[in-house]
Design a protein around this ligand. Structure first.
Ligand code: SAM
Length: 216
């Protein structure tokens, strides 16, 4: 029998994800599987499957479900990839990626937020996620190159270290713009090392704060 949250999750996927054009079957399955409510404080759980971002403390947010699905789809993951996420936040986007790729490295700059995310990854047995605290605009050179890099905070430009840490054929998805509105951009490193950029429309994220993002 479906529990209360499974029913809400199915409704979220039908009305917000599939109805808006997400087609990647693996992304849809991951959105159906990951218990989004567990990434939120108890008081907010009843709203977990609503069509909007929600607060996670420290003036940060868990992204809207559709944006999580869209960003995940743009990475074209098949299951064998190494992915870097900047901005762990609640850990929800990271859990979706952990369902879609082989190994996820994720960086969060606020220690209390990172600590909470680590706890939920442990509870849900996401053993293919490694989290680090620090400035993600510098990337994580030690494990590079990455098949996919996802930045879940808004940046004035793509941070140079992240472009440098992309594998050939790898894709970087990142909201680019000012602090009030951004465009979701995907940069692809082609086999001849050229970069191409595609745009996936408007979005609004909190600021990416760091050496290659915004100053605090
Ligand atoms: N992916 C998250 C989720 O699923 O809940 C949403 C992330 S929230 C919109 C943005 C996060 O990026 C915040 O937790 C913020 O602290 C973090 N952040 C901002 N600048 C950062 C940086 N330079 N390095 C790492 N994390 C950063």
């Amino acid at each position: 029998m479906m529990n209360q949250y499974q029913g809400k999750r199915q409704y979220m996927v039908d009305t917000q994800i599939v109805a808006r054009g997400i087609k990647d079957r693996r992304v849809i399955e991951a959105m159906l599987k990951v218990p989004r409510h567990l990434f939120l404080d108890e008081a907010l759980r009843p709203q977990a499957y609503d069509d909007n971002p929600l607060p996670i403390g420290e003036k940060q947010t868990i992204s809207q479900p559709y944006i999580v699905a869209l960003m995940s789809e743009t990475l074209h993951l098949k299951g064998t990839e190494k992915v870097l996420e900047i901005g762990t936040g609640s850990g929800y986007q990271c859990a979706i990626l952990a369902e879609l790729a082989d190994q996820i490295y994720t960086i969060e700059r606020i220690p209390s937020i990172a600590k909470r995310a680590r706890k939920i990854f442990d509870q849900l047995n996401y053993s293919n996620v490694i989290i680090n605290i620090g400035d993600g605009t510098l990337g994580w050179k030690q494990h590079s190159p990455y098949d996919g890099i996802i930045v879940t905070a808004a940046s004035p430009r793509p941070p140079k270290p992240l472009l440098e840490q992309l594998a050939k054929g790898g894709r970087l998805v990142i909201p680019i713009g000012d602090e009030f509105s951004q465009n979701l951009s995907v940069f692809t490193r082609n086999d001849n090392d050229d970069l191409t950029e595609e745009s996936y429309g408007g979005c609004r994220f909190v600021k990416l704060i760091g050496q290659h993002g915004w100053r605090e």
